[in-house]
Design a protein around this ligand. Structure first.
Ligand SMILES: [Fe+2]
Length: 236
C-alpha cells in the first residue's frame, strides 16, 4: 500500500526481520512534474501497490541505492520494462544478471532537477564475510525537503513491536536517529563518514526517510547530526 507523506512523495512498507527482530522495510516514490515516478529501494510487488503506482504516474526510474537493497528491482523492471534501472556501483558485478541501464559512478549528481544524490562514502556493513562496503547513495527531494536514506540510519520508536523496542532500549538507541549499529563496529573510515555526513547536512532537508525505522517528520537535520556525533564519536 502506498502512503502519501507530502506533495509528490509516497512510501510503501513491508515487514522484514533482521537478526530475529522486526525492523520493517520501506520504499520511496517520487513524482516528477512530468508525471514520471522514481522508485527508490523497491519492496516486494503486490497488485494493490502496482495499481496505486499506475494511478499516480508512470514508473520511469527504478533505483537500487546500495549493494543490499536489490532484491525486488528485477520484479519492478519486469513490470515496467521501459523504466530506467539505476544501480549502485559494485552491484553490477555482485548481481550480473541485473540488467541495469545505468551504474551510478559519480559521487554526486542528480536524477532530475527535483532529486539530488550523493554517495555515502566510508560506510560499511557486517555480513557473513565480515565488513563489506555498502556503496549507498542517498537522495534529497527538494520540494518536500526530504532526505532519503536506506541502510545508513535507523530510527526505532513506539511504532515497532516490543522485541525491537527492547533491543533498541538495550543499545540505548530507542527513539533516536542512529547510524546503523553495525556501522559503529564495522567502519574504520570515520573521516570518510564524517565528510559524507557533512555533505548531506548541506542539503536543506527537514524530513528523513530510511528503509528501516520510523520516518522523522520534523527537525531531521538536527537529529541526523546528533545521531552521528553521539554514536560515531565524530564532531560535525
Ligand atoms: Fe536494509
Amino acid at each position: 500500500m502506498l502512503r502519501e507523506i507530502d506533495n509528490n512523495i509516497w512510501v510503501a512498507e513491508q515487514p522484514l526481520k533482521y537478526w530475529g527482530l522486526e525492523v520493517g522495510t520501506r520504499m520511496t516514490v517520487i513524482r516528477l512534474p512530468t508525471n514520471e515516478l522514481i522508485v527508490i529501494s523497491p519492496i516486494r510487488t503486490d497488485s494493490t501497490t502496482i495499481h496505486q503506482l499506475n494511478e499516480i504516474g508512470n514508473v520511469a526510474y527504478i533505483i537500487a541505492p546500495n549493494l543490499y537493497h536489490h532484491l525486488f528491482v528485477s520484479d519492478f523492471k519486469a513490470i515496467y520494462p521501459e523504466a530506467q534501472l539505476w544501480i549502485a556501483p559494485g552491484l553490477d558485478s555482485k548481481k550480473p544478471l541485473l540488467s541495469a541501464d545505468r551504474v551510478i559512478t559519480n559521487d554526486r549528481g542528480k536524477i532530475t532537477e527535483q532529486l539530488d544524490y550523493l554517495l555515502f562514502d566510508g560506510f560499511k556493513v557486517l555480513d557473513l564475510s565480515g565488513p563489506s562496503i555498502l556503496n549507498e547513495f542517498v537522495f534529497f527531494h527538494k520540494s518536500s525537503r526530504t532526505l532519503i536514506l536506506t541502510d545508513t540510519a535507523f530510527h526505532f520508536n513506539d511504532s515497532f513491536p516490543l522485541k525491537t523496542r527492547l533491543a533498541a532500549k538495550l543499545f540505548g538507541v530507542y527513539d533516536q536517529l542512529i547510524p546503523s549499529v553495525l556501522e559503529k563496529v564495522a567502519t574504520r573510515e570515520k573521516e570518510k563518514v564524517k565528510n559524507s555526513v557533512q555533505k548531506i547536512l548541506c542539503w536543506d532537508f527537514n524530513r528523513v526517510i530510511m528503509a528501516h525505522g520510523s520516518i522523522i517528520e520534523d527537525n531531521g537535520k538536527k537529529k541526523l547530526k546528533d545521531g552521528y556525533e553521539r554514536f560515531l564519536g565524530i564532531s560535525l
